[in-house]
Ligand binder design. Structure first.
Ligand SMILES: [Mg+2]
Length: 194
């Protein structure tokens, strides 16, 4: 039987984004992230991170750094709420440094989501994307997911950009926990499609 998932951006959504995060000791999750993910997991959602990590192509961080940060994210989640991300997908490429084919994994392309769906037999029509940027909403739309944009202290411009481009997320959440609450309510039919 196909499963369903919540696809998650990492930097600026799960953790505070200092830019090209490569040091696991600097990982700091937003309030409510472990609780929200735990609530999703209790409702049988696969939890899958979809992240652009062009810092690797730029030579600022390494794949090993990205993996160390991912492990740290899971360590904190486990300590706080006995929950873990099931899988992390990272695109290390950037158009300035990589070929067109390589860059095709990069959000807003749905490619990483589609790979995950194939590998894990995920029903995308019952799945969601939570992110903090326009590219996350676009990636979710491109993959046929419902989308949630989470506000943080730095992304007001992203909300304006969505409007300017005539794109809309299914829901704009004030914080991560309310993004998860929306998904749980929507999934169970509690919220009527906008
Ligand atoms: Mg982000």
């Amino acid at each position: 039987m196909p499963s369903y998932a919540v696809f998650l951006d990492r930097d600026g959504t799960l953790n505070i984004d200092p830019g090209y995060l490569g040091d696991p000791d600097k990982v700091k999750l937003y309030t409510g992230v472990s609780e929200g993910l735990s609530n999703l997991k209790k409702n049988s959602f696969d939890l899958i991170v979809i992240t652009n990590q062009s810092g690797i192509s730029r030579g600022l961080i390494t794949l090993k750094d990205v993996n160390a940060v991912n492990l740290r994210v899971n360590e904190i989640l486990w300590n706080e709420a006995k929950v873990k991300i099931d899988k992390f997908y990272s695109c290390p490429f950037h158009p300035d440094f990589s070929s067109e084919e390589e860059v095709s994994c990069r959000k807003p392309s749905p490619r990483m989501v589609l790979s995950a769906a194939k590998e894990r037999d995920i029903d995308l029509t019952k799945s969601y994307f939570i992110g903090d940027k326009v590219i996350d909403v676009e990636c979710g739309n491109n993959a046929g997911l419902k989308t949630v944009l989470v506000r943080n202290s730095k992304n007001d411009e992203e909300i304006n950009l969505l409007r300017k481009r005539g794109i809309s997320a299914n829901f704009v959440a004030e914080n991560f926990l309310s993004a998860c609450d929306y998904i749980l309510a929507d999934f169970s039919g509690g919220i009527v499609e906008k």
